[in-house]
Write a protein that binds this ligand. Sequence first.
Ligand code: UDP
Length: 382
Amino acid sequence: MNVDYLIVGAGLSGLVMAERLSSAGARCVVVERRSHLGGNCHDTKDSHGLFYHPYGPHYFRTSSPVVLDYLSRFTGWREAAYRVRALARGKIWSFPINLRTYEELIGREATEDEFRGYLKTPDRPPANSRDAITSIIGTDLYDLFFRDYTLKHWGRPAEDPSVCQRIPIRTNRDDRYFTDSFQAMPDEGYTALFERMVVASPHLTVHFNMSFEEARARFPHRHLIYTGPIDAYFHYRFGALPFRTLRFELEEKQPHELDGDGHAQVALQINYTGMEAFTRTVEVKHVTGQSSRYSNVVREYPDRYVPGKSEPYYPIPAPAEEQQADLYRQAGAEERDVTFLGRMATYRYLNMEQAVTLALHKADELRRRHRWADGEKLKVEN
Ligand code: UDP
């Protein structure tokens, strides 16, 4: 079957492209190696009908009206307070670091001014993530919350300052993980949102359990949108790019394991900042609004990545990996009629807002570049 766009990957980036382009009249096919929509944003339900995120937590937030308006076409929302606590030295701490955390450290009440006095002002740009954090909070709080967690999560110290800088440090008592103006979960889950995007895409077909190679042979296309790992596209020509992978264990919780509010843990997410084998446990019931006698928790273990075998999750932000990724990006820029998009194909850490923003821009650009002569044919204007 001839199509205008072959879209590889049914994750957030691929589905935004599919919806935008097919709504403009293009014939699109989405192919997906796995058997479900949504890529790693996919959510599903346990044996008691409670949501969980099998590929790790996805906490939607945005300050972009464009992203919010677009996604709101496919879902309603349920406002969410994303609250995280840290478990360190056998004790639960307020996290991200705020005035309360400082009070817990010194064992008494304190003022904002006192905490400000404790914090330092960096006098030079940070050389790495450790530097970025210790130059503000010193080594005590760094060792407590960042040192081991970072080592576990990445399997090495984080070179790029941006990694640990994702976590805010506040002198007031605001303990929200994010500060975006809009923080909410899709009211019927992410998978329902993705299903509605597909339904809203005229004539779109989605093929599951299909490899890129098979799809390429089966669907001659004018333009390819590729959202898989970019090194795999080029058959690892410049060596396999290192990603970090994760393993998740679902724990269904019985009524006797829950507190009076029906929860298995005190917050949506607990970070384990010591040398436990896992980094976090997530109980999405805190933000899905589902009421039940049961609950569930997903425990997250960082794991070694085996190219072509493991599921890739995190590109490694470090100079050597950036250089290698640049070789692939340059090769990608030279491919005719191919667009590389999303976290795996750009080898960049993207949150959901960034992924949607980039896909909307790219779809607009392609819609301008590719003009349809009539309902059937796509005339490519270079
Ligand atoms: N981090 C940490 N301790 C924590 C939480 C985060 O050391 O309790 C560091 C770690 O290096 C992590 C980074 O901060 O990779 C970003 O954390 P975030 O919670 O944003 O991770 P993500 O949700 O992107 O996996």
